[in-house]
Design a protein around this ligand. Structure first.
Ligand code: GDP
Ligand code: IMO
Ligand code: MG
Length: 432
């Protein structure tokens, strides 16, 4: 029996999960997303192609691999349709190797309006949500009001849909939200809804499955499975910088809930982090650099959101946060990405400790108000050279190897993969 390996982000998302899942897919029979929804944007680059996925697992470009959208994922029908169309443009017929859990919940157009209404109501303390309806749809799941993919097959689906939509409209009216004229992606609610409903027939062409049975049978059949995370551990609903988080469990424990497998079926946990840090949206970010270093990281790393296009906040590597994420997830090996973004920095900084009200600490305290933690930085010499075409670890400049081994020595988990560019081929496997 093979166990289910997991690949997930250890920071605030956008660590390069899509790229690395695509690189690892030839080793797996099945790639399964277990949480999140179209708030995710996973970028893949190969053969001159750049492709961003939101709901569909990043193994979709490999014909022989089955991709599963697990029960823990949220689906907006219209965004899903667009993803299918974009794949079609690349001659990928996703109906062939994509299966969808009947228990995955739907994001209704009115969930997106609620997301906007709640954010507006928060005023200055808004989360900076992607406004894809994630929070309201997970809320309905927990409140036992939600609609699921399997419900699309029921003859009374439209009745149930209308019932839930009307409940949402009552809440929107309470918030005095102009739901009829509010634009969702340059469409009115009515226009978005018409398009959304028209996708139901497309959905029926897919293999809609009881994914928990499918995956557990695949485990018994010795199939190799990789669970693909979305967002990152620091956005986890329990352990992230609450309330500036997403609404799902982004950590390894979420794999069990989001795919229906027991904890003893978890195998390797591959944790992925950038060689520095980024964050989109609001919330504490102790090592953020609102200065020329931050601007340089953003420019060199092209740090603009794959889903919203917003500029990402940039800063130095936060080692206490990384160690926290490694602890929560039981990470067995690490992937570092975007090391090439540091190519032209004379000095690279990392934070090992924070000054917290005059005391030095190396953990994340409960209080997480912005600017409460003052990072203390170690300085490491940069390598000042282009390493994007290097293909073996030993060819890397000594200072770069020093940086990687420095991090490894602190976190005590091996870094087995190094990504030195966005393309599939810019990936170095390290053997020990
Ligand atoms: P994900 O959400 O974790 O899949 O990450 P995103 O796709 O949102 O953001 C990562 C961005 O960095 C994408 O534009 C990738 O193409 C790019 N990328 C991934 N790995 C590397 C790398 O090693 N170097 C550089 N320069 N870019 C990378
Ligand atoms: P991937 O999978 C980066 C952030 C949002 C916001 C907060 C809550 O591409 O790494 P939500 O839409 O969930 O209500 O937003 O979480 N966020 C992400 N940041 N990468 C993501 O996904 C994200 N998904 C959500 O910016 O701060
Ligand atoms: Mg992303």
């Amino acid at each position: 029996m093979k166990k289910v390996d997991v690949l997930l982000g250890l920071q605030w998302g956008d660590e390069g999960k899509g790229k690395i899942v695509d690189v690892l897919t030839p080793n797996y029979d099945i790639i399964a997303r277990f949480q999140g929804g179209p708030n995710a944007g996973h970028t893949l680059e190969f053969n001159g192609i750049k492709h961003v996925l939101h709901t569909i697992p990043s193994g979709i470009f490999h014909e022989k691999t089955i991709n599963i959208i697990g029960n823990g994922v949220l689906i907006d029908l219209l965004i899903f349709q667009r993803e299918i169309d974009k794949l079609q443009e690349r001659n990928i017929d996703a109906t062939k190797n994509l299966k969808i859990s009947k228990k995955a919940h739907l994001i209704l157009p009115s969930h997106r309006l609620l997301d906007s209404a709640y954010e507006n109501a928060k005023g200055k303390s808004k989360i900076g949500s992607t406004l894809k309806g994630i929070g309201p749809a997970y809320t309905d799941r927990t409140a036992r009001n939600g609609l699921r993919i399997g419900d699309l097959l029921r003859p009374d689906f439209i009745q149930k849909y209308t019932q839930l939509k009307n409940q949402h409209i009552e809440i929107l009216k309470f918030h005095q939200f102009d739901y009829e004229n509010h634009q969702i992606e340059n469409m009115t609610f009515a226009e978005y809804e018409t398009k959304w409903l028209s996708v139901i027939e497309t959905l029926k062409k897919f293999d809609l499955i009881d994914s928990e049975y499918y995956i557990n049978q695949a485990i018994k059949d010795n199939k190799s499975i990789l669970a693909e995370g979305a967002q990152g551990s620091m956005l986890d609903v329990d352990f992230g910088s609450y309330p500036f988080v997403t609404s799902s469990s982004t950590i390894t424990a979420g794999v069990c809930i989001g795919l229906g497998i027991s904890p003893d079926k978890i195998g390797k946990v591959i944790g992925i982090f950038k060689a520095y840090c980024t964050r989109v949206g609001s919330g504490p970010f102790p090592t953020e650099q609102i200065n020329s270093d931050g601007e340089k990281l953003r420019a060199e790393g092209r740090e603009f959101g794959s889903t919203t296009g917003r500029p990402r906040r940039c800063g130095w590597l936060d080692l206490p946060a990384l160690q926290y994420a490694i602890m929560l997830n039981g990470v067995t090996e690490l992937v570092v990405t975007k090391i090439d973004v540091l190519n032209s920095f004379e000095i690279i900084k990392t934070c090992q400790q924070y000054n917290y009200n005059g005391t030095l600490i190396d953990y994340l305290p409960f209080e997480n108000e912005e600017n409460l933690l003052q990072p203390l930085y170690e300085q490491i010499k940069g390598w000042n050279g282009n390493i994007n075409h290097i293909s073996t670890y030993n060819q890397f400049p000594e200072n770069m190897r020093n940086y990687i081994e420095y991090v490894e020595n602190i976190v005590k988990v091996p870094i087995t993969i190094i990504s030195n560019g966005p393309d599939r081929i810019q990936t170095i496997f390290r053997s020990f």
